[in-house]
Design a protein around this ligand. Structure first.
Ligand SMILES: [Zn+2]
Length: 271
C-alpha cells in the first residue's frame, strides 16, 4: 500500500507534544511518511525546528504567523522569520499564515499586511506556503491576484471555500487539502467543492490536534487532560478512505495520486 503524507498538522502543539512517544509509533504503523508541521507564532517556531531535528524522516518544518496569533508578535517578527529561514537555507517552509474574519476582533487590516509579507517571502524564495482562510475569500483572491505568488503555487489548507471559486484559485496556483472534519454530516457543500478540485491539485491533511473527523473515521481516539477529544495524527488513513468515498475513487489509486501530488508540490521524497 502506498504510504500517506500529511500536508498540514501541528505535532508540536502542546496538546500533542508530550504524547509523541505513543503517537509516533501509531503514525509509523499507519504508514505515514513526511508531515508538514506548521508553527503559528514566534513562541512555537523553536519547538517545530527541534522536532524536525529529532525526527527528520517524519517532520518537515514550516513556520508562519497565524492570524489568531498576530497580537503576540514582536516588532521584529519578520526579521526573525527571515533569519531563521536563512540559517536553514531553504529547508524550512512557510506558514501557517492567512486571513480570518470568523474570529472575534479580527484586526483585518493588520492581518492583510502580515499575510502579504509572508506571501512575498514565499514568492521570493519559491517556498511551499500553507494558507489558512476563513470567511475571507474575497480579500484573499484580491491579494493573490495583485501580488507575486510562489512559482510552485501555494496550499489552501482545510479548504472550506465554495466550488465556484476552485477554478480561479487553481489558476493562481492553489493546491487544496482535505481534512477529516469535512467528513462530518453537515459539510456536504465542502465535499462538493472537493469534487471540483483538479486531481493534480488535491492533497490531504489531519490538522491534528484539530479538525476532528466523525467517530467512524477515527481509528485512534485521543483526549486532552480535560477529556476533550483531539484529532490523532494517525487518523490519516481513515480520512483518505473517507475522501476516496467522497470522490468515488479506489483508495489505492487515490493514495498514489496524493503521494505524487505531495512529492511534486513540496519537493519531498515519498518513497
Ligand atoms: Zn493548522
Amino acid at each position: 500500500m502506498t504510504p500517506l503524507f500529511d500536508a498540514h498538522n501541528h505535532l508540536h502543539d502542546e496538546r500533542l507534544l508530550h504524547r509523541l512517544p505513543e503517537l509516533l509509533p501509531a503514525m509509523r504503523e499507519a504508514r505515514i511518511g513526511h508531515c508538514i508541521v506548521n508553527g503559528t507564532c514566534q513562541d512555537d517556531w523553536p519547538r517545530v525546528i527541534s522536532l524536525a531535528r529529532r525526527y527528520p524522516d517524519l517532520v518537515q518544518p514550516s513556520l508562519g504567523l497565524h492570524p489568531w496569533k498576530i497580537e503576540g508578535r514582536s516588532p521584529d517578527w519578520l526579521e526573525k522569520l527571515k533569519c531563521t529561514l536563512a540559517q536553514h537555507s531553504g529547508t524550512i517552509f512557510l506558514g501557517e499564515c492567512g486571513l480570518d474574519r470568523w474570529m472575534k476582533e479580527p484586526h483585518f487590516e493588520e492581518q492583510r499586511e502580515i499575510f502579504t509579507l509572508q506571501l512575498n517571502l514565499a514568492a521570493e524564495h519559491n517556498l511551499p506556503l500553507s494558507i489558512h482562510c476563513l470567511q475571507a475569500w474575497g480579500p484573499l483572491m484580491e491579494i493573490l491576484r495583485t501580488s507575486k505568488c510562489p512559482a510552485r503555487g501555494f496550499l489552501l489548507h482545510s479548504y472550506g471555500g465554495s466550488g465556484e471559486l476552485v477554478p480561479a484559485l487553481a489558476s493562481l496556483g492553489a493546491r487544496f487539502s482535505f481534512s477529516g472534519y469535512f467528513l462530518q454530516e453537515h459539510k456536504e457543500k465542502v465535499r462538493a467543492a472537493f469534487r471540483k478540485v483538479p486531481p493534480d491539485r488535491l492533497l490531504v491533511e489531519t490538522d491534528a490536534p484539530d479538525m476532528l473527523p466523525p467517530d467512524r473515521h477515527q481509528e485512534h481516539l485521543l483526549r486532552d487532560h480535560e477529556g476533550q477529544p483531539l484529532n490523532h495524527p494517525a487518523n490519516l488513513p481513515q480520512i483518505v478512505s473517507g475522501l476516496a468515498h467522497v470522490l468515488g475513487q479506489a483508495e489505492s489509486d487515490l493514495r498514489v495520486l496524493l503521494a505524487d501530488n505531495f512529492r511534486r508540490f513540496f519537493g519531498l521524497e515519498t518513497l
